[in-house]
Design a protein around this ligand. Sequence first.
Ligand SMILES: Cc1cc2nc3c(=O)[nH]c(=O)nc-3n(C[C@H](O)[C@H](O)[C@H](O)COP(=O)(O)OP(=O)(O)OC[C@H]3O[C@@H](n4cnc5c(N)ncnc54)[C@H](O)[C@@H]3O)c2cc1C
Length: 404
Amino acid sequence: MAVIGAGLAGLNAGRILSEYADVDVYESSAKGGLAGSFCTEDYCIEVFYHHFFRQDSYLIDLLGELKLRSRIVWNTSRVGQAFRGKIYPLNTPLEILRYPGMSLLDKIRLAKFTVSAKKKKYELFDNTGVIDGLKKDAGDRLIERFFLPLLKSKFGNNYSDVSYAWLLARVTLRSNRKLSGEELGYLKGGFHQLIDRLSDGLEIVGERAKVKKNGQWNVNGVDYDAVVFTAPLPELGELGRRMGIQDVRYQSSICLLISMDSPFTDDLYWINYDAEPFGATIEHTNFMPLEDYGEHLMYVASYTTPDRVHSLTDSEIFRLYLSALRKYGLDENSIKWWKVFRARFSGPVYEKNFRNKITPYRAAEGFYIAGMTSDTNYPERSMNGSLLAGKKAAEIILRDFSLL
Ligand SMILES: Cc1cc2nc3c(=O)[nH]c(=O)nc-3n(C[C@H](O)[C@H](O)[C@H](O)COP(=O)(O)OP(=O)(O)OC[C@H]3O[C@@H](n4cnc5c(N)ncnc54)[C@H](O)[C@@H]3O)c2cc1C
């Protein structure tokens, strides 16, 4: 059997299938995909910030199965918001009251919206546009002052096509807020340990896979009984259209990782920005202990579109982001090194009616699809969703081939 892509979906499918069959995993870049890591001599860190949630039960169980449960840590993450060149913490009721970017009335409206959103079944709002839904439930002022900047920083100019289901799911599924902040999970030492355990014993072929069907499924000249495709859908090309797979629009990501001698903020993990060339800073060493790394680490993250992801060089991105961060007090002299990471296909744009675009696990006889467009990743992709998609595809194959 062939698995295309050594991201979380592909590795988990490959790991399960390899207990019953010979498996080749094709990977055109580095194993781990979007959850891959960059390693210095002393430690590894994800190229894109990663954490998980209490609701990610399959991931948590799998970490147990792979003997990594003792590495799980749950820490409270403190968040902030940039407003007119200053950063405001937004965690405790007092901090929220003091935030000058919204009136008291808007803050009360937002709290009421959050309570009512949690009661809604997000699945029912798949064909409602996010702005239409918010107009009804939150009102124009909150849209303008609160939601629009967040939506723009996440989806760029595609924001108005996004479904209300996506936003409601973010509010309902992904908020585990305590009075002191939100509790998030991490794997002490980094997620590369998960990638290593998943890929242990797997045959990874370092090639970009090209699939053909001539009687049998053929990948780069080798015939297989079954193919599990976990790469972004545009990699399927014409074959996807012939199987009736719908086109999915993707967004892209750019992440600058900076190592510093001193912290950027005292204790904030995640800060949102609405008037900068990036959407958020994520100060990893305000979430995990500095001693684990020996230097302060911060991501500067932005979403963009596939056509623009390579429009700037690494140093142009660094200069652009740095000039904005200086306003908030980043000391250029404290920077030890920096690196830019990019992903052309970093997640689907969860547009209206996205449920119709969810890919089937069995797309044709012997051809299976799992990954960010699977049902387990609707209406937001995650590590948990892709691992689970890989498992579901593997189980269907094992049944189809009477291997279970
Ligand atoms: C900036 C950012 C932050 C994130 N933060 C979080 C987080 O905090 N928590 C969370 O749960 N999730 C987070 N995610 C999402 C999570 O990383 C993904 O949902 C998950 O890793 C996707 O796994 P996958 O296997 O489905 O896809 P991918 O990781 O995209 O894997 C697909 C693999 O296929 C390979 N490939 C592509 N084309 C070919 C080809 N033709 N032949 C062979 N190989 C090919 C790719 O190189 C890649 O390795 C984040 C993602 C990003 C971009």
